[in-house]
Ligand binder design. Structure first.
Ligand code: SAM
Length: 231
């Protein structure tokens, strides 16, 4: 049987590129997004009752990782990118049907819009369905996963004298927790696995409408160099 799925909404998020997005939701609580619902779901009826719920599951399309040829094995970045695993043993983005799932915090419910935080979703991500998180069924204290038993260790994030005031200024303008967002995302250490960065190499990413640049004075330490308006 063939069935067509159609997005119910589109995510407008702080993440404008894939680089530096946390590998799972909740790792950056300051990562905010608005889910704009599409007709006919852009009315109060579709979200009535959702104000009783703290978190929702989003089922979405990895729209920037879609592939024609299915992969059986993938190399998850979490395992250093040099060990391959069955696609169904991982949460890799390259997967059959390109479907992702994330539990995110529901900050607000409006007709046609859901306000979200703790997202790991690229701006423009099409959402296929939204379901309330059900703690008694979805939170399993006995569950194990020896491949991913805990959140990845965070690395230290420091600021240059000029970068912190720059970030605070943009945070005020954007009315967003930008300082926290930068610290939480960079603490996940976005550099490719096993890349030992020379101290002079500068990395960058766009968050909201600002460009964040940093370097690694030591392999396990980040120093934010500047936070400036993106081109
Ligand atoms: N929580 C989801 C899951 O388990 O299905 C996503 C996990 S996946 C490992 C997270 C990564 O997906 C992020 O770090 C980001 O780079 C990437 N990503 C997020 N939204 C995407 C999109 N719309 N298209 C392609 N890649 C995306």
């Amino acid at each position: 049987m063939q069935h067509t799925v159609t997005p119910v909404g589109i995510v407008r998020s702080c993440f404008k590129e894939k680089f530096a997005i946390p590998r799972q939701p909740q790792l950056a609580p300051a990562a905010r997004a608005v889910l704009e619902l599409l007709p006919p779901f852009d009315q109060g009826d579709a979200v009535a009752g959702l104000e009783q719920v703290s978190h929702v599951w989003l089922l979405f399309l990895f729209h920037q990782a879609l592939e024609d040829k299915p992969r059986l094995k993938v190399r998850p970045p979490r395992l250093g990118g040099n060990k391959s695993m069955g696609v169904f043993a991982t949460r890799a983005t390259h997967r059959p049907n390109g479907i992702g799932q994330s539990v995110v915090r529901l900050e607000g419910v409006e007709a046609g819009r859901l306000l979200l935080s703790g997202v790991d979703l690229l701006d423009g991500t099409p959402v296929l369905d939204i379901k309330p998180y059900v703690p008694y069924a979805d939170s399993l204290s006995e569950a194990t996963n020896t491949m991913a038993s805990a959140a990845p260790p965070a690395i230290a994030v420091h600021w240059s004298d000029s970068a912190l005031p720059q970030a605070r200024e943009h945070a005020l303008r954007l009315q967003q927790p930008l300082v926290e967002l930068i610290e939480q995302c960079l603490a996940q250490d976005p550099r490719p696995a096993y890349q030992v960065p020379p101290a002079e190499r500068v990395y960058g990413v766009k968050l909201w409408d600002v460009q964040v640049r940093w370097h690694y004075p030591h392999p396990e330490q980040i120093r934010v160099l500047e936070v400036v308006a993106a081109d």
